[in-house]
Design a protein around this ligand. Structure first.
Ligand SMILES: Nc1ncnc2c1ncn2[C@@H]1O[C@H](COP(=O)(O)OP(=O)(O)OP(=O)(O)O)[C@@H](O)[C@H]1O
Length: 637
């Protein structure tokens, strides 16, 4: 038995492999080698520079490259190589100061904003937006004048102003990392927020941070050079790269060479930072692309692995829905299941277990006061959980349709049935006149309504409940959906009509190869139609298994109790064995197993901490740490 989530799962972006990927790329290796050599040469300038950078050699003014002056001299006979090496110290130190300032502000704020969300996130992002709209050059000029041309102050200010962009990028990466299984596992293990962020979220963001920092370094070098070019930095004769460009520019018409050493050095340094950023970005993208594949392979067996599956029609992962407002209340929590094309899956549980909320989240039709707090809903390989209502409308009725337990309530009493069905047909097919009428009759015939032309002319109050459900199904079928969500479609109908509707759904599903998510608390309906069953309790999936397994060997005490309390399983003349107690409401959910207070197998350890999902054989999963006792009891019966 494997435990899901795996507490020891490691984050994918290990720093060492990122460094290796960068160094094994020729571009990356050249950029790194250049930057390392440049930094070494500048740091060691007092030792290796051939001359004092301020020493004037008046016998060799504006001399070209020679054995004495490798890169030549300037208008005052100062050695260009020595000035370049000494000037690089302040330029590179400025870059370092700005990048460090940027990282110190942006990384913690971005990480916590993405990971925590809420008010901290909103405030941080608003502040970032304000900072991004500030005119940088004006602030820099002000800082330089206030701090007596201190380049360090200017560079720190530049880094702080530049942190807003990085903060947004880091926040995005942290938001994605928050959904990872290993982050959830770490939280379940009781790690503090700081520990989770530092150990599990930060490593995942390392790639984007390095990319942004190296690109920022390139920009900073440009800005720093610009400021010293304008003599806004250390006053002459202190050597600076910008100052050397300014000196060269003043004599450019007489001697163009003087511009070459500083110009080429600045250009190559900016290029090296840019290339380094590009290479890290590529290496990081490859790593991110490889990571989900690896995770998917590892988790194909359990139905609720870390990442949504793209090879199934509908894949729900770690879906949580909460109420809005200052004190959000989770209503469903970490729900996950898959539906293959053409498959019928039953979503079972007592009233209040979260079945309808799950179905509505899939449809993008949550109550106004609720929202998806986290998780993913992937339909036909594409995430749909973040779609806006307009995009959802393209899906709803066309590719995903829903029928509810109250068909009559869905039929407007002031329109004839034909008109109601036609309205839906027009929305999905551009049909008019005779073709429209023919399609309406065809749909009513598909749901086995006798005399469809006659029924089309009637008003809703003139038809029975069973007929109304058939009409609702006909309307749902108008867009030829690949997935039909049926929320207790037979609850309001009498027994014989129930059987007819179930027969109809089964034949429609077979003929149209349509998948069905059947929300029900009726085991008879499950046995009749479903190939797979997802059992929910108090907002969580507690068991997923094939219908055959569920009935022969339930692997969760709740499933077993639910089966035992079903009228179908109660011998004639005996009282139904109702499960004692009720489903706890969302605000009463206990820390450990939510079923423990009603479970005859519960032990103290069941209430000590969150119960992980156990992957059993095949696609079965169960959220119970007493499985062995449960299955043992089943065998000994
Ligand atoms: N708009 C809402 N705001 C707050 N809580 C809600 C809202 N709608 C439902 N709930 C709560 O969410 C939980 C799950 O409800 P849901 O309707 O999904 O359960 P269910 O299993 O479908 O029950 P039933 O079989 O009765 O439809 C319940 O505790 C319910 O009280």
């Amino acid at each position: 038995m494997t435990t899901v989530p795996e507490p020891a799962a490691t984050p994918p972006a290990a720093g060492t492999s990122l460094v290796r990927s960068v160094l094994t790329s020729p571009r990356g290796a050249i950029a790194v080698a250049f930057l390392v050599l440049l930094v070494l040469a500048c740091v060691l300038a007092p030792l290796i520079a051939p001359y004092d950078p301020l020493a004037q050699h008046l016998s060799a003014v504006r001399a070209g490259p020679s054995g004495d002056y490798w890169l030549g001299t300037d208008s005052l006979g100062r050695d260009l190589l020595s000035r370049l090496l000494h000037g690089g110290r302040s330029s590179l130190l400025g870059v370092l100061e700005a990048v460090v300032a940027q990282l110190v502000v942006a990384v913690p704020c971005g990480l916590f904003a993405g990971y925590r969300g809420g008010a901290f996130d909103r405030i941080t992002m608003r502040v970032a937006e304000v900072v991004m709209s500030v005119p940088v050059i004006i602030i820099l000029l002000a800082v330089l004048s206030i701090f007596d041309r201190s380049m360090t102050s200017a560079m720190i200010a530049f880094g702080v102003l530049g942190s807003a962009g990085l903060m947004r990028v880091v926040r995005g990466a942290a938001l994605a990392a928050r959904e990872e299984l290993y982050v959830t596992a770490a939280e379940l293990m009781g790690l503090s927020r700081l520990q989770v962020v530092v150990r599990h979220v930060l490593p995942r963001c390392r790639g984007v941070i390095v990319v942004q920092a190296s690109l920022f370094a390139a920009v900073t070098l440009g800005v720093q050079t610009g400021l010293t070019f304008l003599s806004l930095g250390p006053p002459p004769p202190a050597p600076t790269w910008g100052g050397m460009v300014a000196d060269a520019a003043s004599v450019f018409n007489q001697d163009a060479w003087m511009l070459v050493p500083p110009g080429v050095t600045i250009a190559l340094t900016v290029l090296a930072f840019g290339v380094l950023g590009d290479v890290v970005r590529d290496a990081n993208a490859e790593k991110q692309a490889a990571a989900p594949r690896a995770r998917r392979r590892r988790h194909t067996a359990p139905a609720t692995g870390a990442t949504p599956r793209e090879d199934v029609l509908l894949s729900v992962r770690d879906l949580s829905v909460a109420t809005d407002g200052e004190h959000p209340l989770a209503l469903i929590d970490g729900v996950g299941f898959d539906i293959e094309a053409g498959e019928t899956v039953g979503l079972v549980g007592e009233s209040g277990s979260g079945k309808t909320m799950t179905a509505r989240a899939v449809m993008g039709l949550l109550p106004r006061n609720c929202r998806i707090a986290s998780g993913a809903v992937v339909f036909d390989g594409k995430p749909i959980h973040g779609l806006d209502q307009r995009a959802f409308r393209e899906l709803r009725g066309r590719r995903i349709a829903m029928i509810s337990q109250e068909p009559m309530a869905a039929l407007d009493p002031s329109f004839r049935i034909g008109s109601l069905v036609a309205e839906v047909v027009r929305a999905v097919d551009d049909l008019k006149g005779a073709a429209l009428r023919a399609r309406v009759v065809e749909l009513l015939r598909m749901v086995e309504i006798p005399d469809p032309e006659g029924v089309a002319r009637r008003f809703p109050h003139q038809i029975s409940g069973g007929m109304a459900q058939r009409v609702a199904i006909a309307m749902a079928l108008a867009g030829r959906p690949e997935l039909l969500i049926a929320d207790e479609p037979t609850t309001a109908l009498d027994v014989t009509v129930q059987a007819e509707i179930l027969d109809l759904l089964r034949s429609l599903q077979r003929e149209n190869h349509m998948a069905i998510l059947l929300v029900t608390h009726n085991w008879g309906v499950v046995a009749d139609l479903c190939t797979k069953v997802v059992v929910m309790y108090a907002g969580q999936v507690v068991e997923t298994a094939s219908a055959a397994d569920i009935f022969s060997r339930p692997a969760h005490p709740y499933t077993r109790a639910l089966l035992q309390s079903s009228p179908e399983n109660t011998p004639l003349g005996e009282r139904i064995r109702a499960i004692p107690g009720t489903v706890p409401s969302p605000h009463e959910w206990p820390t450990g197993c939510r079923f423990a207070s009603r479970c005859d197998l519960a032990r103290p350890e069941c209430t000590e901490g969150a119960i992980p999902v156990e992957a059993l054989s095949g696609d079965r999963i169960s959220r119970c740490i007493r499985i062995d006792a449960l299955l043992g009891e089943e065998v000994s019966r």
